[in-house]
Design a protein around this ligand. Structure first.
Ligand code: OXD
Ligand code: MN
Length: 579
């Protein structure tokens, strides 16, 4: 613990907290954190009969989502951050933000949070130490990570650790910086208490820093859910999926399908946001979920869209920026068809009915162990073997419901070309197409071109790589209606994917990849017209030519870091489309 103590002492000397608390991750300590926030008024106790051990936190109204324009990769060389990341010279960044940290914890408690990303005892897990002046962050980290003794033990065994320094500062958007120093495995986050900016184990460590470590060490840190589909014969097939923020990753990870469950199928949830993958001795890629909790988007979560999440959040959960009913229970848009009367909005005001009652990016923070479908392999040090990768996004008009890439290299091209219409999970305009390769654009800690090259290299080195698919639950018809029911019916798509992986599953070859034939999906019990299915599976050549041409913008931006294989894939697709 010597190096940890030295660093913590250094940090305390700069930030000058009133007291330093070393967190052990115990239940009693969590209780003390909650009690403190209740007495300080930064947590509100929810109805303990209906929602035992659940609390509501209201954030500063100007601190409600990730702030990508204030997020920086401070690699020694600008070129290593690449053109899709903000970059700052490490020394300059430290000088500027170091001034903000000086004395910033005066009168506050500094919590030292040792945490483990990944199961205890897994060689693929990593240790982090987050120092924070936010009890909300310390309490949330206990849900999101394995916190306390297990991490200390790993440090004592000589494991390296990622250092994360966090302060709420003044919560001033003008004095807010999320800085990553990949060469030092160091994170500095100042001026925000929002999960994605402040729970440093998550996006900052498990994606931005870990993606660099993964590149250097030959594994993968991905923005992917992990699920297992158990078949009636008892065998479970594992799939990971990368979708941009707020495209339904949590819903897919916890999919419920009464129709298929009655026929002996079952979905197991391993993770809903992040996967770390390594090549196993058997030549397959094996995935662990580095997290132990879900930090899910509340609006839209309902008994219909995600009954497992609804069950999961009913205990031991922290809610942030949701609305409050007069009964002391949480509410958000989409939870029930009509809003209950007498709501208090996310800012603590009587709800006017004009603006949303819950913030569109309001969240629940919940132990994944509470999920009714949690996989028995959640804590398996080995992880689970992955048979298929899914990419996807919100594409109202372009992408078919599902298609399979021709091979790994083409699949990497499909991931590189991912795009989605923006949502409220990050600050900025909503509803515009944003390229988001592998859903990693905001989370890759190095040059995106080098990241593509790392994917290609992983494919070459993996003897039994997963098959790669693209899905789109969000295609709309001429009247603007969704063509596919989504949610539990996405199981039909997963089953086709498993069929394909196992060498069954009918498909037609199209210029963009293998698309199911109209009779290939199991549509039993679903009312959907053959015309709608045709539209859902159709490939509009002209639209795809425009799409593929517009990809040049991203590819050109990556300059000579763009792997030539991907430039060739783009040309080949244009040729197949007849451009
Ligand atoms: C998240 C995100 O919060 O991707 O998971 O924004
Ligand atoms: Mn995410």
């Amino acid at each position: 613990m010597q190096p940890v103590r030295r660093w913590v002492a250094e940090v305390a000397a700069t930030t000058r907290p009133e007291e330093v608390v070393w967190c052990d991750g115990s239940e009693a300590e969590y209780g003390r954190l909650i009690d403190r926030m209740l007495s300080e008024g930064t947590m509100i106790e929810l109805n303990q009969q209906a929602f035992p051990r659940c609390y509501l936190h209201r954030s500063d109204p100007k601190d409600v989502s990730r702030t990508e324009h204030l997020t920086f990769i401070c690699s020694a060389r600008r070129e290593d951050a690449g053109p899709t990341n903000n970059w700052r010279d490490p020394a300059e960044a430290k000088a500027k933000v170091g001034e903000m940290f000086a004395g910033c914890m005066k009168g506050r408690t500094m919590y030292v949070v040792p945490y483990l990303m990944g199961p205890a005892g897994s060689p693929n897990s990593q240790v982090g130490i987050e120092v924070t002046d936010s009890p909300y962050v310390a309490a949330s980290m206990r849900i999101m990570t394995r916190m306390g003794q297990v991490a200390i033990q790993a440090v004592e065994e000589g494991r390296p650790f990622v250092r994360g320094l966090h302060s709420l500062g003044e919560l001033d958007p003008e004095r807010r910086f999320i800085l990553h120093f990949p060469e030092e495995r160091l994170i500095w986050s100042y001026g925000s208490g929002y999960g994605g900016n402040a729970l440093l184990g998550k996006k900052c460590h498990a994606l931005r820093i870990a993606s660099v470590t993964a590149r250097d060490e030959g594994w993968m840190a991905e923005h992917m859910l992990i699920l297992g589909v158990q078949r009636p014969d008892g065998e479970t097939v594992y799939i990971t999926a990368a979708f941009p923020s707020a495209c339904g990753k949590t819903n897919l990870a916890m999919l419920v399908s009464p129709f298929f469950e009655a026929r002996g199928y079952k979905v197991w949830t391993v993770g809903d946001d992040i996967a770390w993958l390594r090549i196993g001795e058997d030549g397959r890629l094996w995935a662990i979920n580095p997290e132990s909790g879900c930090f899910g988007v509340a609006p839209g979560t309902s008994e219909q869209s995600n009954p497992n999440a609804m069950a999961m959040v009913r205990r031991d959960s922290l809610f942030t920026n949701v609305a409050l009913t007069p009964q002391g229970t949480p509410w958000w848009e989409g939870m029930t068809a009509a809003p209950p009367s007498g709501l208090t909005d996310w800012q603590g005001r009587p709800w006017s009915g004009q603006a949303p009652a819950a913030h569109p990016n309001s969240r629940f923070t919940t132990p994944i162990a509470n999920c009714p479908t949690v996989s028995p392999h959640l804590n398996d040090p080995q992880g689970v073997p992955i048979a298929a990768f899914l990419f996807g996004g919100r594409r109202t008009h372009l992408a078919p419901l599902v298609y399979q890439s021709f091979d790994w290299e083409h699949g990497v091209f499909v991931g590189a070309g991912m795009g989605s219409e923006t949502t409220a999970a990050a600050v900025g305009a909503v509803g515009q197409l944003r390229r988001d390769p592998f859903a990693m654009l905001p989370f890759c800690g190095y040059h995106m071109g080098d990241y593509f090259a790392h994917w290609l290299a992983m494919g070459r080195r993996t003897p039994r790589p997963p098959a790669i698919f693209h899905v789109n639950w969000f295609r709309k018809g001429a009247e603007g209606q969704f063509l596919w029911p989504g949610y539990g019916d996405n199981m039909r798509v997963l089953l086709w994917i498993i069929d394909r992986v196992e060498g069954r599953g009918k498909a037609a070859e199209t210029p963009i990849g293998f698309v199911p034939t109209p009779d290939a999906l199991n549509l039993e019990g679903l009312e959907i017209s053959p015309e709608t299915m045709r539209e859902l599976l159709s490939v509009d050549r002209q639209a795809w030519i425009r799409e593929t041409e517009s990809l040049a913008e991203l590819f050109d931006k990556l300059g000579d870091h763009l792997p030539p294989e991907l430039a060739a894939q783009r040309q080949a697709l244009l040729r197949r489309l007849g451009a």
